[in-house]
Design a protein around this ligand. Sequence first.
Ligand SMILES: [Zn+2]
Length: 287
Amino acid sequence: MKPDRPETKPPADAEARRAVAPVIVYPPETLPQPDLALYRKARAGADKVADIFVPPRDARAFEVPAGSFFRISSVEGPQVGDLNLWNAHDISERFFSGKTRALHGTHLSTGDRMWSSLPYLRPMATIIADTLDWYGFDEFGGSVHDVIGTRCDPYTNCLLTGDPYHHCCHSNLTRAVADKLGLPLKEAEFHVHDVLNVFMCTGFTRDTGQYFMKASPVRPGDFIEFFAEIDLLGALSACPGGDCSTGHSSDEAACYPLHVEVFTPPEGALAGWKSPKPNGYDRSHGR
Ligand SMILES: [Zn+2]
């Protein structure tokens, strides 16, 4: 947070410096564009191949082959989910929340992509449907499906309250990855990373730039749907914050399950589409 009273006197041209107009760092039209029409046509003929129910205050891992789709749905009650993605064949390639934020903005919706970490930096998944896209940005600057939060975790909770709490999204995701890959918990947790906050409503306060959350507008029946650009391992935690209207990192909030469905289109439905290759940079770094 910035200090309320700065210690340094503003220069004579302070207002002129502040008045300089911003420029968009990464204009989205310069990115390779997904063929949403092709994806949606393929999705229309796709069959469901897997159902995963994520229990409240817990997480589950799931796999989605390249060229398939997965949908995350609200069921029973308002609930936010913390999503991690990895390359199913090499979990050193994982979702890069920070660069995705730089490329697409603070909150994701239809047409945006989840990009992978360096040195891979390629689309892992493309959002093809979002029933909360009507929300936009509210009067507080809040919106849905952010890539600005990290994930609730027991370390921050311990720092703030001293209490151990074992069902933060970080721990839920750690257990899910450990179970899926047969890893010890202490090894699995290094693979857990900053998330896409599915259905969560967040922003930064306009005056102080502080991270805030508010009750998610999600209702049962709402969903967000993704196209898998590469073979994916995913893990989704049903956050102990429930709709995140008050707090998290405790058992106090009402929590509900989340539903993940995987759909595979018929052969040939994606004619012309190719799974993206890792980034083209040669990694010579000037040597
Ligand atoms: Zn959480």
